[in-house]
Design a binder for this molecule. Sequence first.
Ligand SMILES: O=P(O)(O)OC[C@H]1O[C@H](OP(=O)(O)OP(=O)(O)O)[C@H](O)[C@@H]1O
Ligand SMILES: Nc1nc2[nH]cnc2c(=O)[nH]1
Ligand SMILES: [Mg+2]
Length: 165
Amino acid sequence: MTDRLPHEKGFHVSWDQLHRDARALAWRLQGVAPEDGWRAVVAITRGGMAPAMIVARELDIRVVDTISVKSYNHQTQSAPRVIKSPDMEIVGDGEGVLIVDDLVDTGKTLEVVREHMPKAHVATVYGKPMGRNMVDTYVTEVSQDTWIFFPWDMALQYVEPYRGA
Ligand SMILES: O=P(O)(O)OC[C@H]1O[C@H](OP(=O)(O)OP(=O)(O)O)[C@H](O)[C@@H]1O
Ligand SMILES: Nc1nc2[nH]cnc2c(=O)[nH]1
Ligand SMILES: [Mg+2]
């Protein structure tokens, strides 16, 4: 487990917001694409899968692979482990390849992923200051003491009105 600030704030992201932010990410990535476009997208599972799908759709990238890195159990972090690698025949050293994740926090996940594909372009939708240097392109920054809640971890539920009957 690593020392980290407690999460004092929550940043709740709806599907709609995620879609808009992932499209904004795709727009930026379009601006820095190699001349003949990105060769492939590698999603960091599981959180990178929905953003990677949206980016691949916007940029018409048909080759999509995954790398699976496990480090968090709820909000507790341990040393990241690669438990599934992408097809190295496709991604090679990462040249022309986009790596997509939902967020960077401490940057430890991306450190491990970058070792696999050193020349890849790393993109996340959200970022926190500690991991900022591990990302080439991202859209929205939140403070280090904020926990981001994604739509796949939430459900709509009834709330009591402020003033009861
Ligand atoms: O920058 P770091 O401190 O390494 O944290 C960022 C990673 O943590 C979360 O994944 P998690 O390990 O919770 O797995 P999941 O994507 O399967 O939910 C998130 O999706 C990033 O991949
Ligand atoms: N959902 C979620 N997963 C994370 N993994 C590391 N930081 C975060 C975060 O802020 N939110
Ligand atoms: Mg993840």
